[in-house]
Structures are given as structure tokens and as C-alpha cells.
Design a protein around this ligand. Structure first.
Ligand code: NAP
Length: 252
């Protein structure tokens, strides 16, 4: 098998939440495989820009708060105008709110669902309208262990990530025949801002590590291979899969 199967040369990728953490690592991995990158988010993208441009690929920062669907049309327009197309979308931006279910507020419910689920759906819809014209495209949603498990004290997060797994399958059903592959990556426990509170809690940290067969937290760059694979021609017959990259967590 030739490594050309995994080449993203000539492709344009949109990655949301690409300033830090998993989104940044995915943006860099896609660029290393040959894709130009539009990085979408509400914070400065300077660090990501530096690393992506060091790979020799083009970089476009698109400022957008995905707490509402308002910027979605503009994200797709700026990508197509600035980089000449839109071949790959990674719905990575996400937030988490922690509280007991008995106390969970409507504000914490809406905030998480709006970013993690609603914006991911409507951005997929807007991107797919471009991909359909070309008869080709790759959409990768970032799911979670809580797409399979219940978790604790994270009601809206679990609902959003279980929702993302369902949406991945629904969109695959509707768009596979149109040449669009919709799949998801379910990261296990990765050391990013998202899991800072867990790592700071000595007993949770110990329990989590004890269950990970690989014996360590994931590093953002551990996700790069799966992202490149799902974005590439090597995954052309993959539709609706939710692929765990979890150090073996789910196998336990
Ligand atoms: P992170 O470091 O907190 O990154 C989250 C990203 O989403 C940041 O770029 C953040 O931007 C962006 N974002 C949040 N709200 C946004 C908004 N309203 N508009 C635009 N961008 C917004 O956490 P991470 O771990 O890399 O998370 C990335 C994805 O992986 C999330 O979907 C998360 O649920 C998922 N995930 C993470 C883990 C893990 O163990 N870390 C496990 C499973 C799934 P700002 O920096 O501006 O806030």
C-alpha cells in the first residue's frame, strides 16, 4: 500500500477550536499530510499558524464564536474564498460544564449543547453543501468516551457527545452516496484544558490512570494519525464509524 493513500496534498481542511489542545494537534497533523488549513475559533491562532506554516502549507485564521450559529455561513465563505475550496471539516470545538444532575442549570445545558452539538451540525450542513457540488468530502466529528458511557456530573456534555455519535451515523446515512464520508474520533483521556480539573483531582487522576491500559494520559499528537486517516482516501469506504483513540480505555 502506498503512503500516497494518506496524502492530503491539494486539500483544504477546516478545523474548529484549532488554537489549542486536540484541535491544534489535528490541524498540524492534517497540514503535515499536505492540507491547507482554515483554523476557526474565538482565540488567537498565532501558535497554530506558526506550526502549520512551518510545514509549508497555507493557513487562514477565521475568528468565530461557535456559541451561536451566526458565523457559520461566513466560515464556509471565507474558507472557499481564501483557500479555494473545502474538502475536510473537523468539528472539534467543544466545552464541558460540571455539576451534579440535581443542580445542573439550564445555562450550562444550553452552552454545551450549542457549541458541541448545534454548531457542529449546522457547520456540517454548510460544509456539505460545498462538498456535494464536488461529489467528495470528509467530515470528522470529535466525539468522546461519553459517546459510549454515561460519565458523572457532566449531563450536557454526555448528551452532546452521545448526540454527536448519533449525528455521525445519521449524516453518514444521508451523505455517503453523495461522496461525503462522515465519521467520528472518540478520544479517551487527553491532557488538555478540557481535563485540567480531572488531572488536578488526585483521586480522579489515579482512578483514570488505573483504567488506561496504555498507562498514561493521551497526548494531543496521539490523535493525528486517526485524523489524517479519516481525512484521506484510505478511509473512502468508512462511513458512520466512531473510532476510539483511547489507550485501551474502552477495552477494559
Ligand atoms: P480544549 O483545550 O479546552 O479545547 C477546546 C477548543 O474548543 C478550544 O480551541 C476552544 O477555544 C474551542 N471552543 C470552545 N468554545 C468555543 C466557542 N464558543 N467558539 C469557538 N471555539 C470554541 O479541550 P480539548 O480537549 O482540546 O477539546 C477538543 C475537543 O475534544 C472537544 O470537543 C472535547 O469535548 C473533545 N474531547 C476531549 C477529550 C480530552 O480528554 N481532552 C476527550 C474526549 C473528547 P478557546 O481556547 O478560545 O476556549
Amino acid at each position: 500500500m502506498s503512503t500516497e493513500l494518506f496524502s492530503l496534498a491539494g486539500k483544504v481542511a477546516v478545523v474548529t477550536g484549532a488554537n489549542t489542545g486536540l484541535g491544534q494537534a489535528i490541524a498540524v497533523a492534517l497540514a503535515s499530510a499536505g492540507a491547507d488549513v482554515a483554523a476557526v475559533g474565538r482565540s488567537a491562532m498565532d501558535e497554530t499558524q506558526k506550526v502549520v506554516e512551518a510545514t509549508g502549507r497555507r493557513f487562514l485564521a477565521i475568528g468565530a464564536d461557535l456559541g451561536s450559529t451566526e458565523p457559520i455561513g461566513r466560515i464556509v465563505r471565507e474558507t472557499v474564498d481564501g483557500l479555494g475550496g473545502l474538502d475536510i471539516l473537523v468539528n472539534n470545538a467543544g466545552i464541558i460544564r460540571r455539576a451534579d444532575a440535581l443542580e445542573f442549570t439550564e445555562a450550562d445545558w444550553d452552552a454545551v449543547i450549542d457549541v458541541n452539538l448545534k454548531s457542529a451540525f449546522f457547520l456540517s450542513q454548510a460544509a456539505a453543501r460545498v462538498m456535494v457540488e464536488k461529489g467528495a468530502g470528509k467530515i470528522i466529528n470529535i466525539a468522546s468516551m461519553l459517546s459510549f458511557q454515561g460519565g458523572i456530573r457532566v449531563a450536557s456534555y454526555t448528551a452532546s457527545k452521545s448526540g454527536i455519535a448519533g449525528l455521525t451515523k445519521l449524516l453518514a446515512n444521508e451523505w455517503a452516496a453523495k461522496g461525503i464520508n462522515v465519521n467520528a474520533i472518540a478520544p479517551g483521556y487527553f491532557a488538555t484544558n478540557n481535563t485540567e480539573a480531572l488531572r488536578a483531582d488526585e483521586s480522579r487522576n489515579k482512578d483514570i490512570l488505573a483504567r488506561i491500559p496504555a498507562g498514561r494520559w493521551g497526548r494531543p499528537e496521539d490523535l493525528g494519525g486517526a485524523a489524517v486517516f479519516l481525512a484521506s482516501a484510505a478511509a473512502d469506504y468508512m462511513h458512520g464509524a466512531v473510532v476510539p483513540v483511547d489507550g485501551g480505555w474502552l477495552a477494559r
